[in-house]
Design a protein around this ligand. Structure first.
Ligand code: NAP
Length: 253
């Protein structure tokens, strides 16, 4: 089977990084983006040592439309067609009641989780539509299904990812392009450390007493979704930890 070109945003850690390794192991080529280029360099080198994947890396802040456009243009200039886009870059910033939350945190979440995802998708889908093929896999969250306290804006941004995916699927119905929303529950990554602005002790507490999902568990599902026959479009997948009932309803031992 021909190697596909898989474009992953937020590939410098967590779920995005694990997804890069899964596709590389499967035999696909990678385009990895994030702000932390040194992490991407290390990941690319390690992957190239292990498998035969071609790996391109781009330092990219998805909230900057000009930069998103120039990365996509650079790929076009190199005649690299994106077969699969994994819109994974995202974050929660702060855990506060809405009335106490800072505008900086609110804007960071909306700009990254929603506007950034829209910027990347809007650029990449032009090329996919021209080719009449492609698969866009968007990282939502159980937070987009079940709102939880002190996370109104994060939950809203992830609900928007799901609704946006559904809307795009309708608009692109006449093309052979698939749209999938992945909705993970609690996954042990740097997510909580980012949310708590670097407070690692507080972040560790999030994963105490529960066997959280690992980034590889989500990467497995992303690869599964991407490996279906042409006729099969998996629209949504929700994956929770065993002791998780809703996004924030967790049984701790
Ligand atoms: N962990 C969970 O429990 C969980 C649950 C449901 C959904 N999710 C979602 O899964 C996705 C990945 O999160 P994770 O858990 O793997 O956390 P993570 O380890 O903190 O990874 C987040 C990734 O997003 C990238 N990123 C953040 N802002 C960016 C920006 N402006 N431009 C480009 N890249 C940016 C980060 O890279 P740089 O910092 O290098 O830019 C990093 O690679 C997110 O969308 C998150 O909302 C996570």
């Amino acid at each position: 089977m021909k190697a596909r070109n898989v474009f992953i945003t937020g590939a410098s850690s967590g779920i995005g990084k694990a997804t890069a390794y899964k596709f590389a192991e499967y035999g696909d080529n990678l385009i990895l983006c994030a702000r932390r280029k040194e992490n991407l360099n290390e990941i690319a080198q390690d992957i190239k040592n292990k498998w035969r994947s071609h790996v391109h890396i781009y330092e990219l802040d998805v909230t900057n439309y000009e930069d998103v456009s120039s990365v996509v243009k650079d790929l076009e200039d190199k005649d690299i067609k994106i077969d699969i886009l994994v819109n994974n870059a995202g974050l929660a910033s702060g855990l506060d009641k809405f009335q106490d939350s800072s505008i900086e945190d609110i804007e960071k979440m909306i700009n990254t989780n929603l506007k950034g995802l829209i910027y990347v998708t809007r650029k990449v889908i032009e090329q996919m539509a021209g080719e009449n093929s492609g698969h866009i896999i968007n990282m939502g969250s159980t937070a987009g299904i079940y709102a939880y306290e002190k996370a109104a804006v994060y939950c809203a941004s992830k609900a928007a990812v799901k609704t946006l995916s559904d809307g795009i699927r309708i608009d692109i119905i006449d093309k052979d392009i698939k749209i999938t929303t992945i909705q993970p529950g609690i996954v042990q990554t740097d997510f909580s450390e980012v949310r708590f602005h670097g407070d690692s002790e507080r972040a560790e507490g999030v994963y105490k007493g529960i066997e959280a999902l690992q980034p590889e568990d989500i990467a497995d599902v992303v690869l599964y979704v991407a490996n279906q026959p042409k006729r099969v479009q998996i629209t949504d997948v929700t994956i929770m930890a065993n002791q998780q009932g809703t996004g924030f309803n967790i049984y701790r031992k």
